[in-house]
Design a protein around this ligand. Sequence first.
Ligand code: DX5
Ligand code: ZN
Length: 228
Amino acid sequence: MAYARIEIAPSILAADFARLGEGVRAVEQGGADVIHVDVMDGQFVPNISIGIPVVASLRKATRLPLDVHLMIGRPERYIEDFVHAGADRVLVHQEATAHLDRALSMIRELGAQAGAAINPATPVAALSEVLDKVDTVLIMSVNPGFGGQKFISGAYQKIRQLHEWRARYNASFRIEVDGGVDLGNTAELMQAEANTLVAGTSVFHTADPADAVRRMRRVATEAISQRV
Ligand code: DX5
Ligand code: ZN
């Protein structure tokens, strides 16, 4: 199934945490669709970032949907807290829980959109039994934990495979890609039928984050118009 509008989801991991409100306003002005929020626990991934209070503050700072990417072990322990703090979408890792099905159901029961994420070493097939329980599948195109890493090109094939399954089973989940996304791979990601582009460094580590979002959308829109 084809989506009319692709989503650009700036990742605030690359923003200045002391000036988050300004960063969010800038990308809003550039037409960002979603704000991507990376939560890391120092266990599931080798880095610690931000948590529930920051999601609550962001909720007050923007009307855009908050896409909360939980890179934490046993995420089911905190799903309710994140939804109550204002997460519109909650993404949990297949590798982080023995009970992915339960975690995804919890998210939907709490009224949020459910996403399942997989690391570069995890095959798409690891999600085959939960595709009817997700609003989004997140393909990691770097090993999670840090911004600014190089895009791992195995992600293209995973996106194509997911798109094929989506069409075959008439499903409607979005395909989101996260890590090393920039103007150089945007067109190919669109050709592969990705729907949501998460971009940290390529948006916030520029002189004009609003313009970076606009340019990414331009490249993506152009690529879609050429899709065969
Ligand atoms: C990585 C995070 C990403 C990260 C992307 O663990 O999940 O969302 O912020 O950053 P860039 O776009 O710099 O690779
Ligand atoms: Zn992320």
